[in-house]
Design a protein around this ligand. Structure first.
Ligand code: ZN
Length: 294
């Protein structure tokens, strides 16, 4: 597919709208042509190269129809630059920065930002092997009146040497935490946590589990530690405090997905990351603006 190592190569490769559109068409129909309206596999291409017509339902469409790009008039080249910026920057970018770099209004940049982040959503499969689990808290000050209620709780779990997953949890009730574990982790996994009381119940629900006594300043005991997930929290908080100070609770999960995507794909080349996101967008179902803003 694409093969670039630098921003300069990226720009000279995707030097005009035609090349970008053709590239997205190749990605989208790599498994064969299909109509986004009725899934029929015979389509016609108009001479302008921009429009298609289905041989079965006779409806017209473009290469963007039915994808996260939607029917927006935003040129493909601008989308590509936005994907490049969002997936390759180490700390993420704000929509203000995106609007300046891509040359669109802040409102459009926010729209693009949200669409691309949709493609960065985490996979659903269950984690396996040695899995470290921990939570962290963001925002809000601890005070006597409100307790922790103003903070957002984020739960993280990572296969040691493998994939990491992170998501918001509504509270730290035992059933909330245990449900999150059973939903995301294979029952044969070997779990490692700190000694918080809630995790002692993991054995009761059938998991092999060991904990490290953080309350007694113990951090590593042989193979037992939670260093992988904790180093992710350090990175996560640098992102959170450095770039997204005003992350609202409503959009927090999207930011978590973005940071997790960058972390999980940190070994990939620029081109691999770009291709992965472009492919996800090409395969995405239509996501209405309404759903994003609801
Ligand atoms: Zn059709």
């Amino acid at each position: 597919m694409t093969n670039f190592k630098t921003l300069a190569e990226f720009i000279s490769h995707f030097h005009n709208e035609e090349v970008c559109r053709k590239h997205f068409e190749d990605v989208r129909f790599a498994g064969g042509d299909y109509c986004p309206h009725c899934k029929h596999n015979k389509i016609f291409r108009f001479k302008d190269g921009k429009r298609f017509r289905c041989d079965s339902c006779k409806r017209d469409f473009t290469v963007k129809t039915g994808t996260l790009f939607g029917e927006s008039k935003i040129p493909m080249q601008k989308w590509f630059i936005a994907i490049y910026l969002l997936t390759t920057s180490k700390k993420g970018v704000s929509s203000i920065y995106l609007s300046e770099q891509v040359g669109v209004t802040q409102k459009t940049a926010w729209f693009m930002d949200m669409r691309i982040r949709e493609a960065l959503k985490q996979n659903k499969g269950k984690l396996i092997g040695t899995v470290e689990i921990d939570e962290t808290y963001l925002g809000g000050k601890h005070n006597r009146k409100h307790g922790f209620s103003k903070k957002s709780a984020v739960m993280g779990m990572t296969e040691r040497g493998g994939k990491l997953r992170a998501f918001q949890i509504p509270d730290r009730q035992t059933h909330t935490v245990l449900n999150a574990v059973t939903k995301n982790v294979n029952p044969k996994a070997y779990l490692m946590t700190d000694d918080a009381g809630v995790y002692r119940k993991l054995v009761r629900i059938g998991f092999k589990h060991d904990s490290i006594k953080h309350s007694r300043k113990q951090y590593v005991r042989g193979n037992v530690h939670t260093n992988s997930i904790e180093s992710f929290w350090a990175l996560f908080k640098r992102n959170y405090h450095g770039t997204y100070h005003s992350m609202s609770k409503k959009h927090l999960q999207r930011y978590i997905d973005e940071i997790t995507f960058r972390f999980n794909n940190r070994q990939d080349s620029l081109a691999e990351k770009f291709d992965l996101v472009t492919l996800k967008i090409a395969k995405s179902d239509k996501l209405l603006y309404k759903q994003l803003t609801a």
